[in-house]
Design a binder for this molecule. Structure first.
Ligand code: F6P
Length: 324
């Protein structure tokens, strides 16, 4: 029987995430070992539309498993939301004989992938984002590294904050999702965790808490603030003015997106890369690889995109129970 997929492409799209290189390496090497031709598409869908496509061999992914970022570069491509560009992208895939495409990215990238699947390209997505905000999966490539980077940074800030008996407002990434903030809130023993999924913007409550805790001898106060809530500098000024406690804001920013991936990110990204190729070899299309209840599984893209998830309420409440 003739095998359906002969040439696969791989691209990274959206915000980069540590571990994407491990996934690319796994796609390339499992593809090659199954006898496929593998092409790397540079700068996500932008590179596809510009036909920035390179041949990948085993050596082209040497020495990358330990590196942050993505060797294929990445971008957010607004054009892929328009039908004419979706048609063009599918045509370019056909022109380069790409009959299977692995898209590593977030929900926006999967929406682009779905439009290609509808145009006859076999597509499999791999969740890659430090935000952990893809509903169908308990794991996304890069979250583990990012949350560890944020945690280590907050530990350092805590040292100086304690020495100076200050309040620290520390902003972590997550424009639409508070997972990094929530995890750090617990892992760093923060007094407050502000995430847009739960925060009621009652700053006076925070101020009253600081005043109360200072009365009982608390020397420092850590507020982990998610990017989605934002305004860390303004918040720090208002807290200092209202409490008299010296307050500093730190925005950790893009440091969270870089760095050498953790063992978990290298391993899970490798598993997901290999699974994506296995799915294409089996003739599957319009799937997303996911990690659910301790297993690597896959979902239909449409079904996956219609799922929703929320932060764990028990975890959120636990953070406050532990911050006494
Ligand atoms: O989605 C990943 C992420 O790092 C978010 O946490 C953050 O809000 C956003 O990307 C920042 O995007 P950019 O690098 O384009 O500023």
């Amino acid at each position: 029987m003739e095998r359906k997929v002969k040439t696969i492409g791989v691209l990274t799209s959206g915000g980069d995430a540590p571990g994407m290189n491990a996934a690319i390496r796994a796609v390339v090497r499992t593809g090659l070992s199954a006898g496929l031709r593998v092409k790397g598409i540079l700068r996500g869908y932008n590179g596809l539309l510009e036909e920035d496509i390179i041949d990948m061999d085993s050596k082209s992914v040497s020495e990358i498993i330990q590196r942050g970022g993505t060797i294929l570069y990445t971008a957010r491509c607004l054009e892929m939301m328009k039908e004419e560009y979706q048609d063009k992208a599918a045509e370019i895939c056909r022109k380069h004989s790409i009959d299977g495409l692995v898209v590593i990215g977030g929900d926006g990238s999967f929406r682009g992938a779905q439009t290609l699947a509808k145009r006859g390209i076999n597509v499999v997505g791999i969740p890659g984002t430090i935000d952990l905000d893809i509903a169908c999966t308990d794991y996304t490539i890069g979250f583990d590294t990012a949350v560890n980077t944020a945690m280590e940074t907050i530990d350092r800030i805590r040292d100086t904050s304690t020495s100076h008996e200050r309040c620290s407002v520390i902003e972590v990434m997550g424009r639409h999702a508070g997972y990094i903030a929530l995890w750090c809130g617990i892992a760093n023993g923060a007094e407050e965790i502000l995430i847009s999924e739960r925060y009621d913007y009652d700053e006076q409550r925070i101020i009253n808490n600081i005043i109360e805790k200072r009365k009982i001898g608390k020397k420092h106060y850590i507020i982990v603030n998610a990017e989605g809530v934002g305004d860390s500098n303004g918040m720090a000024k208002r807290i200092e003015a209202a409490t008299g406690m010296e307050t500093r804001a730190t925005i950790i920013g893009h440091a969270q997106r870089g760095g050498s991936p953790t063992a978990r990110d290298r391993l899970y990204a490798s598993m997901m890369g290999a699974k994506a190729v296995d799915l294409l070899l089996a003739g599957a299309t319009q799937r997303i690889v996911a990690y659910k209840n301790g297993k690597f599984v896959d979902y239909d893209i449409e079904e996956a995109l219609s799922m929703t998830k929320d932060v764990d309420q028990y975890m959120y409440e636990l953070a406050y129970r532990l911050a006494r």
